[in-house]
Design a protein around this ligand. Structure first.
Ligand code: NI
Ligand code: MN
Length: 228
């Protein structure tokens, strides 16, 4: 499994035969130079309804004629744009042709900003366990620290984990270290930082500290990849 960080919370996940993109916020994302037109994918997963996670989902889904996986409320909203969607919810797992997706808890909100710039109901925010080719990537979404992360690690082998470290809207650096220690992923990757002034963090330093706990991690630069 190859993970490419595309800035903020966006990851392109490539398996042997399939590609999935998570939270494709590319247009208007100051930390990404990638044009959504360049994205070739078999599926899109959206962790929650906020604009910095839905991002270019509709355009990418139309261009690739691919399925969008999101919580039921976000999926139902996105389906009004004439794209294929698959609704799921917390605790649920489903097998897709590319692999399996499980929606996990995330302590955050999930309202959707519609075309009229009104906030509408968007269900619950989620984290994602994506398994492809026997490797599992945990994308925590936007979340506060919660101790049931220990349960995730107990129930699933986690080969890579992406954790928000930006603070203000999600876990900050200190809480994310605790999460990383609980998850014991083979690789921990920080995300959701430096996109906006309110979430400025030194990710290199965060990873340096992580290695002191005996954990491996990498602060991927936008468009940088790791293979797990
Ligand atoms: Ni959010
Ligand atoms: Mn966010």
């Amino acid at each position: 499994m190859k993970l490419t960080f595309l800035g903020h919370s966006c990851f392109l996940v490539e398996g042997k035969n399939s590609t999935v993109i998570i939270d494709p916020f590319l247009s208007g994302n100051p930390s990404s130079k990638v044009d959504f037109e360049e994205i070739n994918t078999d599926a899109i997963i959206v962790t929650h309804g906020h604009p910095d996670h839905i991002g270019d989902t509709v355009e990418i889904a139309k261009k690739n004629d691919c399925i969008v996986i999101a919580n039921d409320e976000v999926a139902s909203y996105l389906s009004t744009f004439g794209i294929k969607t698959h609704g799921m919810h917390l605790g649920g797992k489903h097998d897709f042709p590319f692999g399996s997706v499980k929606f996990t808890l995330a302590f955050h909100s999930s309202a959707i900003l519609n075309d009229k710039q009104e906030w509408i109901e968007g269900g619950s925010a989620a984290g994602i366990l994506l398994t492809m080719d026997q490797k599992t990537f945990y994308h925590a979404g936007d979340t506060a620290l919660f101790s049931d992360m220990k349960l995730l690690a107990e129930l699933h082998p986690i080969h890579a984990a992406a954790l928000p470290i930006g603070d203000n809207y999600t876990m900050g650096p200190e809480d994310a270290w605790i999460a990383a220690k609980w998850l014991q992923a083979d690789y921990t990757i920080p995300m959701h930082y430096n996109t906006f002034p309110a979430i400025a963090q030194d990710a290199e330093k965060w990873v340096e500290e992580l290695t002191k706990f005996g954990l491996k991690g990498k602060a991927l630069k936008p468009e940088e990849s790791i293979s797990i």
